[in-house]
Design a protein. Structure first.
Length: 304
């Protein structure tokens, strides 16, 4: 009888040990599978893809905060109640740890509300393909504001950002271009900011276009042609002045009577705007001539 009891206890211990070994093996297998699955997810993470645009600006936080404080303290002290830290946090929250091809307007809504401010009537200046010239002009003439002269545009001008679902949540190596995915952080931001800038315009508004672009000065696919023009409020905007600027010495591809400008005028007229178009608006042309004083176009300009 003692021998039979001993054998039974031995079998019980054996069964118990086998059970423990099986359990441990199952746990190890589960850990291995989880590791493989996690590794697989990392392999298809957007961070593992090489996007075509530059990555997040290395000192993004410092740039945004520095520009914000500069804007509200030295340039526009009337906006001194803006909270730059909250503005930075809302920008970061809009994209950090998020798929850079799945950004929505809702992500940026808190930022837009925190950083928005009134735009005085008659000062809104829109542009397309004239970026350098239009901003030289607003720097020399404080009577006009482009989107990049507002707090939102000033902070974000020429910087880049995008997130990634995996740590550290920000991709400093590369970010997607619009051609790779339209709902990327930069495209969604500028579309929202542009829409808000257009909605705020009142009185006489100006738009500076490039008459030396071979494809045409007005493009329906541009931010101005696809967003801003359709968010101008006919009840608030009395006139739209088109300044069609040609490069000094450059090709004169289009004038106010050109095909694309007439298409723009038709769109504006359908929306009940009064339009004035001027070829080579003189104050801006004089600014062009500062850099080209000896060019024939500028000699004619100064003698006119």
């Amino acid at each position: 009888m003692p021998l039979q009891q001993s054998s039974a206890r031995t079998r019980q211990r054996t069964v118990l040990l086998v059970g423990i070994v099986v359990l441990l093996a199952a746990l190890v297998l589960a850990v291995v599978l989880a590791s493989l699955l996690t590794h697989g997810r990392h392999e298809v993470s957007p961070k593992m893809l090489k996007w075509k645009d530059r990555g997040t600006t290395k000192t993004l936080q410092e740039v945004i905060l520095g520009r914000c404080y500069n804007y509200i303290t030295t340039q526009h002290p009337e906006l001194g109640d803006k909270d730059c830290l909250k503005i930075w946090e809302s920008l970061k929250d809009a994209f950090i740890y998020k798929n850079p091809c799945n950004i929505t307007s809702e992500d940026y809504q808190p930022l837009m509300e925190l950083a928005s401010h009134p735009i005085p009537c008659n000062k809104s200046l829109f542009w397309s393909k004239t970026g350098d010239l239009v901003h030289r002009y607003t720097k020399s003439n404080q009577n006009f504001l482009t989107l990049e002269d507002t707090l939102l545009g000033y902070m974000a001008d020429r910087v880049s950002w995008c997130g990634d679902p995996s740590a550290p949540g920000i991709n400093y190596e590369s970010c997607p271009k619009r051609s790779e995915c339209e709902s990327n952080p930069s495209s969604v931001f500028w579309k929202m900011a542009s829409k808000m800038f257009a909605e705020a315009a009142c009185g006489v508004v100006q738009v500076m276009l490039n008459g030396s672009v071979e494809a045409g000065a007005f493009r329906s696919s541009s931010i101005f042609g696809s967003i801003e023009i359709f968010n101008l409020n006919p009840d608030k905007v009395s006139e739209v002045h088109i300044w069609l600027m040609q490069d000094i010495g450059g090709p004169q591809s289009e004038s106010c009577s050109g095909h694309s400008i007439q298409r723009l005028i038709s769109i504006l007229e359908e929306r009940n705007f009064k339009i004035i178009c001027e070829d080579n608006y003189r104050p801006v042309q004089l600014l062009q001539c500062v850099q080209n004083p000896d060019h024939e176009d500028c000699r004619l300009c100064t003698n006119s």
